[in-house]
Design a protein around this ligand. Structure first.
Ligand SMILES: [Zn+2]
Length: 255
């Protein structure tokens, strides 16, 4: 997104969210595009930042003018940014807002180190995780205040490769730094394409070890993969579905 937009003047903007229906940034130059976890910040001349968030299902796609848009049905398009060379199309973005660039900290200031960011700081991530040692590792990894950018897929796959169930307490994880490093390796391996594979295979049905494979045999040992929801009392984090191999992953798990 930065390569396609930064330093170029917007020739058309189209905000398809009610609050921004009349907004128009045509004629302004994009300064840079940066990501913070699942947030994306598009900084635009005049001290304006377009803040979008991917949540579970959002994506930005880049097209050459005239190319067919393939990211989903038209009604899922939330925003379009165009310059002379590129069309950037944001699909299924639950957050699309404009704010003063000076106020970016109000939307991303709470985030932990970004897994894919330029200021990655694994020691700080481990420190933040250990600040709540009794917390279960699954939700702790998803909490963007600990580290930013990991989603449910990478959490599930990282914990499979680490041999730990999501219900393992943070204090019982033998090597937190290794878990965090593994999550980053998986995400970095996928950052330049939209498919998300953690096994190295992009063949349909072979992309993941456990994610969305409930009931199917573990690729490593053949045991049926299990799934269950995990939630935390008193936390606003929503319950997330977990996938794990009961043979390959040690630690507590629901019956
Ligand atoms: Zn297994």
């Amino acid at each position: 997104m930065n390569d396609a937009l930064a330093g170029r003047v917007l020739t058309r903007t189209d905000f398809r969210v009610p609050r921004l229906a009349t907004a128009d940034l045509t004629g302004r130059e994009v300064r840079e595009v940066v990501s913070r976890g699942k947030h994306m910040l598009t900084r635009i001349d005049g001290g304006v930042t377009l803040h979008t968030h991917f949540e579970m299902d959002g994506s930005w796609r880049l097209y050459r003018p005239g190319a067919r848009w393939t990211g989903g049905p038209a009604h899922q398009v939330r925003v379009v940014l165009e310059n002379a060379e590129w069309q950037a199309v944001g699909y299924r973005l639950p957050v699309v807002e404009l704010l003063p660039t000076d106020d970016e900290a109000t939307v991303v200031g709470h985030l932990g180190p970004d897994l894919l960011g330029p200021h990655w700081d694994p020691a700080e991530v481990v420190r933040r995780l250990l600040a709540d040692p009794g917390r279960e590792i699954g939700p702790a990894l998803l909490d963007q205040r600990n580290l930013a950018g990991i989603g449910n897929l990478y959490k599930a796959e990282t914990l499979f490769l680490s041999g730990l169930t999501p219900w393992t307490a943070v204090r019982d994880v033998p090597d937190l730094a290794a878990v965090v490093a593994r999550a980053r390796r998986l995400m970095r391996a996928n950052r330049d394409h939209w498919q998300q594979t953690t096994t190295g295979s992009t063949h349909r049905g072979e992309e993941h070890w456990v994610f969305e494979r409930a009931g199917r045999p573990c690729r490593r040992c053949g045991t049926p993969i299990r799934s269950a929801h995990q939630s935390e009392r008193g936390r606003e984090l929503q319950a997330r579905i977990c996938y794990w191999c009961p043979a390959c992953q040690a630690g507590p798990a629901p019956d």
